[in-house]
Design a protein around this ligand. Sequence first.
Ligand code: DX5
Ligand code: ZN
Length: 219
Amino acid sequence: MIKIAPSILSADFSDLRSALNLCDAGMADYIHIDVMDNHFVPNLTIGPAVVKSIRFVSKTYFDVHLMVTNPRRLLNSFAKAGANGITFHIEAVDNPGSLIDQIKSLKLEVGISLKPATPLEKITPFLDQIDRVLIMSVEPGFGGQNFIESSLEKINLLHQMLLKYKLDRVEIEVDGGIKLENALDVINAGADVLVVGSGIFKNDDPVNQINKFKELQLS
Ligand code: DX5
Ligand code: ZN
């Protein structure tokens, strides 16, 4: 079963409670939370204080995507705020191994994300230590961008690699530009989790959209 992670970056920030209620009504598997520091990416979004507030609204898994230059400095505050999984960018850190250990010591799941131009070789040494890989299918920083087609090959390469190393417990999560029109290609390439922002929250009926994505299956 494909997992759906609505990205609340595209939701109405003046009413995040309703956005989370919609995700729960649609039986979303994760709530994807985009954290941007206006340094690693040219945008500034959600911090631990917001996560702490919305933690009381939903019990759904909080999938925190850190697009920040210094993720280590934020781990404790997001752990206290109620994150369930933290994903950092491989391009932002010198010592990924110790960061992985630190996230695990906080009893959180760990993910590593890579930008479209970053090759898989950068993360292969860590695949057996993490819970998910977040493949960016847009340049990180904004919702509503177009899906980068070359991401499909990268997803499939990683899928083959995980099978070869018997690491298929590691989730392949794909993020950026996913819509109902291209989602099946992403699933067939090997994705386990689809992050969807504008494809859900910019639609008149977000709950129905989540259901439509969940109904998509490997063809
Ligand atoms: C972009 C974020 C994505 C984004 C997805 O940097 O990491 O999670 O919100 O939104 P859509 O689905 O609209 O591309
Ligand atoms: Zn994201």
